[in-house]
Design a protein around this ligand. Structure first.
Ligand SMILES: Cc1cc2nc3c(=O)[nH]c(=O)nc-3n(C[C@H](O)[C@H](O)[C@H](O)COP(=O)(O)O)c2cc1C
Length: 201
């Protein structure tokens, strides 16, 4: 499968890292693009240093892809790279995931505006009728957030809130991360064994 992974500036970097690992492990070709705020959140939440340079942050982040497919099928794109395949519907892409998805990016997608490759990729997914999974994290939610989520949902996106459940016997933070990532993979259509499914022994 060919998957676009957009990373924006909402809390939830561990979800993005685990998702990249799982996509790599499943043998997916993955195009990664992070917004400026997204890179800052990765640096803060994964590496404990908000001042880590963007290049170093992304180099470290892409190592998560190495855990799966050797990294050969993971490519990093700049957020202003309009020549990237994800900027056009003519490129063959199976699914688009924005994880984590800030309310800023969600609102931009809902408005139809496109000021970076992540917005553009989401817009392409919607206009082409392809799978788009958005993983927002914010609380509490304003009327504007709720309106925007309804708007993208009605346009065809899956709004998969970063809201892990506790009913599968989570013991660790990693288990909670896996819960959300597993639901993402289900919607993207990638096989995984990250969590036990409800009703399974
Ligand atoms: C450490 C950190 C955590 C943040 N957490 C959130 C969040 O959980 N949800 C959110 O919508 N915005 C959050 N923000 C604010 C967004 O990053 C900000 O609105 C930014 O403009 C979003 O831009 P982007 O969508 O291009 O990444 C956070 C910012 C930082 C630096």
């Amino acid at each position: 499968m060919h998957v676009f992974l957009g990373i924006t500036g909402a809390s939830g970097a561990p979800y993005a890292a685990r998702l990249l690992e799982a996509l790599g492990a499943a043998g997916c070709e993955v195009g990664v693009c992070a917004s400026r705020a997204g890179i800052e959140v990765l640096a803060t939440e994964l590496y404990g240093d908000a001042r880590l340079s963007p290049d170093e942050t992304m180099a470290r982040f892409l190592e998560h892809g190495l855990l799966g497919n050797g990294g050969s099928a993971t490519t990093l794109y700049d957020q202003q790279d309009w020549r990237a395949p994800y900027a056009s519907g003519s490129a063959k892409v199976d699914a688009y995931v924005i994880c984590p998805c800030s309310m800023g990016t969600l609102g931009t997608i809902a408005s139809g505006a496109m000021s970076n490759l992540i917005h553009r990729a989401a817009s392409v997914a919607l206009k082409e009728g392809r799978k788009l999974v958005l993983v927002p994290r914010e609380t509490p939610l304003s009327d504007i957030h709720l309106d925007n989520m309804l708007r993208v949902r009605r346009a065809g996106a899956v709004v998969l809130f970063a809201a892990p459940g506790f009913y599968h016997g989570a013991q660790t933070v990693d288990d909670l991360v896996d819960f959300v990532v597993a639901r993402c993979l289900d919607h993207v259509g990638v096989e995984h064994a990250l969590t036990r499914r409800w009703g399974q022994e």
